[in-house]
Ligand binder design. Structure first.
Ligand code: ADP
Ligand code: MG
Length: 919
């Protein structure tokens, strides 16, 4: 083994990019710290080279090398962190691998690169992580790709390159491959990165869900205490392996020999539950690390939720966990459970172990978790795994999603969220998973974007809970606003196929509730089609003459088991509907169970292309035929609830059918020009930011191919007239003033001006409108066209939010806008427009002039590209954008851009990197 090496840098060298330090999970579930190299790593590096096997050394240096020369050491460890870069991988305090590039003297933008992994750590994915990490760094530092020299029989390295998904070009000469790797983050790279991340994260949480042995540290003899309840739950559920109570004050707990420390346990321990007072937790966690425990669940409260002291303890706890390569749930949580009979783990302290089923859930609130487990057992829901994530210091929703993604026991994922750790990562992961299984989320709380006083249209519009909404929508997550809805939607998705379309039939024995059901369905945007003559005739053949058969099918109160059975059968066999809601309102208790049994039988026999829901309306609740845990469809107590759940399911079905959409690429973008402008304007600016002057704004917009009218900043009426002479037609004059946020509000805008006399008068008028005129912006006058708003505001947790709406200055008043989180695909942009109701005006509503919608989509996409390249921009209002008739494009006649130096809170999406653990 090699010389130990510190994971964190005490006194970093100048230019050390500490934001590139990263913890990641390995393929076997262990953890690794990856950080930039420092000169102090020289000793560890020397030892690393000395310990290399002959083969590895040969692969790396093309000869066997036992020692690095002083100048080589210097070259390897003393870097400029720009054209030269190296990352070290640290596993269990040892140097486990190095990846480096040198882009000096590489005019074609391809840097020389080399990767080495310690012999005893190969095959764990360290090489892959190093390749991803260093290529992300390269991308951020204008290095186009790598050139690596690899011996032909170094299959491991070739595999790493290939599996990483990069576009590769190989040349072989005398047994040496020269591999050119294009580090562009293509879809293939993203997919490969996602796969690598899924495999390793899922492996790392396995010991928590499938432990082979358990210790309960703080197992109490007091059955009422949390430690007592937890221990009893684990025992009562017959966990499939040894369970060791740890309790220094008792030698026996529930007739089981108890240990005074986890380190005293003779056998190995996979998973430890920690239920001791907060001040002892870190010591206990250290003992777990010493014992070789792989997962810990810290139930104890008293950490960051209590204040700064607790937060400090919590950070220390995380360090202990990460240093030992353990994974942790909690602290401050109620535990976890897995109903899989292979483990039968009831590791939570609530009273209920739910029935086994196909729903997995994570809850950020412990109390709510208890309530949910309780409800689930009373509803038609079986649980696969459940995790109360507590303060989610290590394991959070994203890790669990990655586990559930490939978990065969999980068909539906439920999330109760109070906050997002890393929304970008959530979005990337959820987008992929929702194409395979539904994620249903309740998100409480509001986004912080609105907390800030807004001085732009976009800023004030973003004050609703729009960011989370946009995030969920773009990731295909089904958002529900109440727990009731959470259960309703889940009961539907867990038991029934996703609807193939939005056509619904209602069959009932009572007219009134059926009308309510139809109203509810239609107000949800679902259709209740009139049935065909043939189908109506079929229904007639066995229903009473008084029955209505058009849809809703009202079989009237006389309907019994036979009518229900035949009607359901006929309806689900037809291709006129996609879903069927069966209403049953018992007039008396007589015959209820026969009818219920008939509904159950018919409902469970429906073909796969039909979604079946039942509504049983009676204050006493549904009879066991419709409510027992193994009924194959959901039964609701009210038609409105069924309609709502069905709507969520059809929306999800639309998501499944929706194509991916593409990030539009533009080859006419002059990002260097825009970069230079931004760099110049933010000099000396603090984090409050600054509104850019009109020339800078125009230069930036132009660099991204965003179309603006001809314009100039002038300081005399004569110059304004000169501008008019040049452009012809008529012009617009706008006062430039720091105090006039919305210029037309104060009379600072004069439209449609021509002629020297009028322009002079307008010049005086707009400059008189404010106390501090700094000049006048003159523009060509753009006549006609619809006015739309395109804006951006950065949310501190979600990153940039993009807004689209119609209405010019009235946009806030109307509030008819659509939000999306950056980056936008072409499809996102098109959907934003169709989501805005007033955007129908652009289609030429009621004989009005149509607008160039394609140009609006393109403008949105170009704005997204701009935001991606210029993270300094954190607020932007293009209002109005004047939309010409189809083919005539758009003109941005008013633009405001606010920028500040980047604080590194978010990395542009195209360099967003997976393999971070936590949140
Ligand atoms: P502010 O938003 O600060 O009040 P704008 O520059 O948006 O100022 O101008 C106000 C309104 O004047 C716009 O909403 C638009 O209707 C109209 N307008 C501004 N510039 C032009 C132009 N170049 N051509 C036609 N109309 C314009
Ligand atoms: Mg404006």
């Amino acid at each position: 083994m090699t010389t130990s090496i510190p994971a964190s840098i005490g006194d970093p060298p100048s230019g050390y990019p500490s934001e590139w330090e990263q913890d990641a999970v390995l393929r076997d579930g262990g953890t690794v710290r990856i950080r930039p190299i420092v000169p102090a790593d020289a000793i560890a590096l020397q030892a690393f080279v000395k310990d290399m096997s002959t083969e590895s050394s040969y692969f790396r240096f093309f000869r066997v090398k036992r020692q690095l020369e002083p100048d080589e050491i210097e070259d390897f460890t003393n870097l400029d962190y720009d054209k030269q870069m190296a990352f070290v991988a640290i596993v269990d305090g040892e140097l486990g691998g190095v990846g480096r590039y040198n882009a000096k003297d590489c005019p074609d933008g391809f840097a020389e690169a080399a990767f080495t992994v310690a012999d005893d750590l190969q095959g764990k994915g360290i090489g892959t992580l190093l390749v991803y990490r260093i290529s992300a760094y390269a991308r951020a530092h204008d290095v186009r790709g790598f050139r690596a020299h690899v011996l032909a029989d170094n299959h491991a390295m070739m595999r790493v390159f290939r599996n990483a998904g990069f576009a590769m070009h190989r040349d072989v000469d005398q047994g040496v491959y020269t591999v050119e790797i294009d580090t562009e983050q293509s879809d293939a790279v993203l997919a490969a990165e996602g796969r690598a991340e899924q495999i390793s994260i899922a492996a790392s949480v396995m010991p928590l869900f499938y432990p082979t042995s358990i210790a309960v540290i703080g197992a109490s003899r007091d059955k009422a205490s949390i430690g007592g309840r937890l221990f009893n739950n684990i025992i009562n559920a017959d966990f499939n392996g040894p369970v060791y109570p740890v309790n220094p004050k008792a030698s026996v707990v529930r007739s089981i020999h108890s240990y005074s420390s986890v380190t005293d346990i003779p056998g190995s321990v996979d998973l430890a539950f920690i239920v001791v007072p907060a001040r002892f937790v870190n010591d206990v966690a250290r003992e777990c690390a010493e014992k070789g425990v792989r997962g810990v669940v810290v139930i104890s409260a008293g950490f960051s939720e209590t204040g700064e002291d607790g937060a400090r303890m919590e950070r220390e706890l995380l360090d202990i966990v990460r240093d030992a390569g353990m994974r942790m749930v909690g602290p401050n949580c109620m535990g976890l459970l897995n109903t899989d009979p292979a483990v039968s783990l009831d590791g939570q302290f609530g009273p209920v172990m739910p029935r086994a089923g196909n729903v997995s859930m994570s809850s950020q609130s412990g109390a709510l978790g208890l309530a949910i487990l309780d409800y689930a057992t009373h509803l038609n829901l079986g649980i696969s795994t459940f995790v109360s994530v507590g303060n989610k210091v290590d394991i959070a929703g994203n890790d669990l999603l990655l586990f559930w993604e490939e978990d065969p026991n999980t068909d539906v994922i439920l999330l109760y969220l109070e906050s997002f750790g890393n929304p970008r990562r959530f979005s990337r992961i959820a987008r992929r998973i929702t194409k395979k299984k539904p994620i249903v989320a309740v998100k409480s709380g509001r986004t912080s974007a609105g907390a800030r006083a807004a001085s732009s249209h976009t800023g004030s519009l973003a004050s609703l809970d729009v960011a989370a909404d946009a995030l969920f929508r773009q990731a295909g997550v089904i958002r529900v606003s109440t727990l009731e809805e959470l259960f309703d939607v889940t009961a539907l998705l867990a038991n029934q196929p996703v609807p193939k379309g939005d056509r619904v039939a209602v069959v009932t024995n009572a007219g009134g509730p059926a009308i309510l059901a139809v109203d509810a369905l239609e107000s949800q945007g679902l259709t209740v089609p009139e049935l065909s003559d043939e189908l109506q005739a079929t229904l007639r053949s066995f229903l009473s003459d008084d029955a209505a058969v058009a849809n809703p099918v009202d079989m009237i109160a006389a309907a019994g088991p036979e009518q229900y059975r035949l009607a359901i059968k006929a309806l689900v066999a037809s291709d006129e509907i996609d879903a069927l809601i069966t209403l049953f309102i018992p007039a008396s208790q007589e015959g209820v169970s026969e009818t219920a049994a008939a509904i159950r039988q018919a409902g469970e026999a429906t073909p796969d292309d039909k979604t079946f829901l039942c509504v049983y309306m009676h204050s006493g609740g549904a009879p066991s035929e419709l409510s027992s845990l193994d009924v194959g469809f959901p039964t609701f107590s009210f038609p409105e609830r069924a309609a709502k759940a069905l709507r969520k399911a059809t929306t999800y079905a639309e998501w499944l059918a929706r194509p991916e959409g593409a990030l539009l690429q533009f080859d006419d973008i002059d990002s260097e020009r825009a970069r230079a402008v931004i760099d110049a304007v933010i000099v000396g600016v603090d984090e409050e930011g600054v509104w850019l002057d009109p020339d800078s704004v125009d230069a930036i917009l132009e660099s991204y191919g965003l179309t603006i009218p001809k314009a100039r900043v002038v300081s005399t009426a004569e110059e304004a007239i000169g501008f008019w002479d040049e452009v012809g037609g008529s012009i617009v004059l706008k006062v430039i003033s720091p105090s006039a946020v919305h210029k037309s509000d104060v009379g600072g805008v004069a439209l449609d001006m021509s002629g020297a006399r009028d322009i002079t008068a307008a010049y005086d008028q707009v400059t008189d409108a404010v106390a501090d005129p700094e000049g006048v912006l003159v523009q060509e006058f753009i006549s006609g066209g619809h006015e739309v708003l395109i804006g951006m505001v950065e949310d501190p947790t979600f990153g940039p939010l993009i807004v689209f709406g119609l209405g010019g200055v009235f946009v806030e008043l109307i509030g008819d806008v659509a939000f999306r989180i950056h980056p936008l695909t072409d499809l996102d942009a098109a959907e934003m427009i169709s989501e805005v109701k007033s955007a129908r005006l652009l289609e030429g509503y009621r004989g009005g002039e149509p607008g160039d919608i394609d140009a609006v989509v393109e403008t949105l996409s170009r704005v997204s590209a701009l935001i991606d390249d210029l993270p300094e921009i954190f607020e932007m209002d293009l209002n109005p954008v004047k939309v010409g008739t189809p083919g005539n494009g758009v003109r941005i006649v008013d633009a405001r851009i606010k920028a500040r130096p980047t604080v590194g809170t978010w990395i542009p999406s195209r360099t967003d990197l997976p393999s971070n653990i936590g949140s």
